[in-house]
Design a protein around this ligand. Structure first.
Ligand SMILES: *[C@@H]1O[C@H](CO)[C@@H](O)[C@H](O)[C@H]1NC(C)=O
Ligand SMILES: *[C@@H]1O[C@H](CO)[C@@H](O)[C@H](O)[C@H]1NC(C)=O
Length: 346
């Protein structure tokens, strides 16, 4: 079927299967990551009680068997994205801070910090994403990161909605939240421009997962179905983000940027269904849908004063997309990554 041209351009923003890597060019020399808990691989301080939940079991119970600072029972999106680029997971900024010089074995730096957003989210201990960009900028200005390294690197920006959660905590019934969406997406746009100014030319940017499918929402109907009335912010956020990115591509001709369509990937994994002409084919084995129930149900990782767990753990994490209220399991991220990157020709 021939697509009308504008639709084709738009579609290709999203076709991020293996062939897309050819358009990205050679293997990038490093991966720099900014964002929130979907991307954080251990930047929270393990010794500060309000921040160290992902450093303790049951977080990390599937892999590697102890907490790693990741909000999952194992790996998170950064691990899969790095592997897709042919790199090992980049070193966390927390660890890089105690090193003297950049080394190739770091594979880049992960600045992403669980709870972070474009605006202030959950208190002063959580840096905004603009602070992560400042940290990156300081490392460039001090000469720790060379201009050549930056220009041959890839940036992953993961902004999955902490701004909206924080907004919801301050406004009853999320009143006015739809008017707040353009504020968030224009900050994302500003961040991409700032990174471009710093010399980055290759980007992957996630859009937002379907909010109404998060266990924190579906718990209200015993995890039976996604609440489609809650999808508004996701749909608008993703529409505005796509528009910003199309505009950026017009503005900067040497910019290579892809949207990592988490909305669609979550939907495919949850519903186990896909249309014939989609870029998912029958080989991809997503006909069996994953549960809406979180594997770690309740206050995951928390105990009462007698040391009793305030949560239950499922028997088989492989069948669960969600680990806790909002974060995917390792199996979930693996399925999502298969939708986004293959195995070819998915
Ligand atoms: C969103 O941006 C508009 C225009 O700049 C501003 O008036 C409004 O206060 C912002 N909303 C929030 C919640 O920050
Ligand atoms: C896990 O499996 C055991 C034994 O097969 C069963 O009794 C238990 O109810 C299961 N737990 C959950 C949460 O499914």
């Amino acid at each position: 079927m021939e697509l009308p041209l504008p639709l084709l351009t738009l579609a290709c923003l999203f076709c991020f299967a293996t062939g897309a890597l050819d358009r990205v060019g050679a293997k990038p020399s490093a991966l720099f990551v900014f964002g929130d808990s979907y991307a954080d691989t251990g930047n929270h301080n393990p010794y500060i009680p309000v921040l160290n939940r992902p450093w303790k079991l049951p977080y990390g119970s599937t892999w590697p068997g102890e907490g790693t600072g990741r909000y999952s029972d194992g790996k998170v999106f950064t691990d899969y994205f790095a592997a897709f680029l042919g790199l090992s997971t980049p070193m966390t900024y927390r660890k890089v801070q105690s090193t003297k010089a950049y080394e190739e074995t770091m594979n880049g730096i992960n600045f992403a910090y669980g709870g972070s957003g474009m605006f202030r989210t959950f208190g002063p201990l959580i840096p905004k994403i603009s602070s992560q960009i400042e940290q990156f900028k300081d490392l460039i200005q001090s000469g720790f990161l060379s201009k050549e390294l930056i220009s041959s690197s890839f940036v992953l920006l993961v902004v999955c909605g902490n701004d909206y959660t924080a907004y919801g905590e301050q406004h009853e019934n999320d009143e006015g939240i739809m008017d707040f969406v353009p504020n968030v997406t224009s900050e994302v746009d500003g961040t991409l421009k700032a990174l471009y100014e710093l010399g980055v030319r290759k980007f992957g940017v996630t859009n937002m997962a379907p909010y109404g499918c998060y266990p924190k929402v579906t718990s209200k109907n015993n995890y039976n179905s996604c609440d489609h009335t809650q999808h508004g912010r996701t749909v608008l956020h993703n529409k505005l983000l796509t528009q910003h990115i199309l505009d950026l591509k017009k503005l900067f001709s040497d910019l290579e940027i892809m949207i990592l369509d988490l909305q669609r990937a979550f939907e495919v994994v949850l519903h186990g269904e896909f249309a014939q002409d989609d870029y998912i084919n029958e080989e991809c084995n997503f006909r069996k849908s994953m549960s809406l129930r979180p594997c770690c149900d309740g206050k995951c990782g928390e105990k009462d004063y007698l040391g009793r767990h305030l949560y239950t753990i499922c028997n088989s994490t492989k069948e669960f997309l969600f680990w806790d209220n909002v974060h995917p399991t390792q199996a979930g991220w693996e399925a999502i990554s298969k939708v986004l990157f293959g195995p070819s020709p998915c």
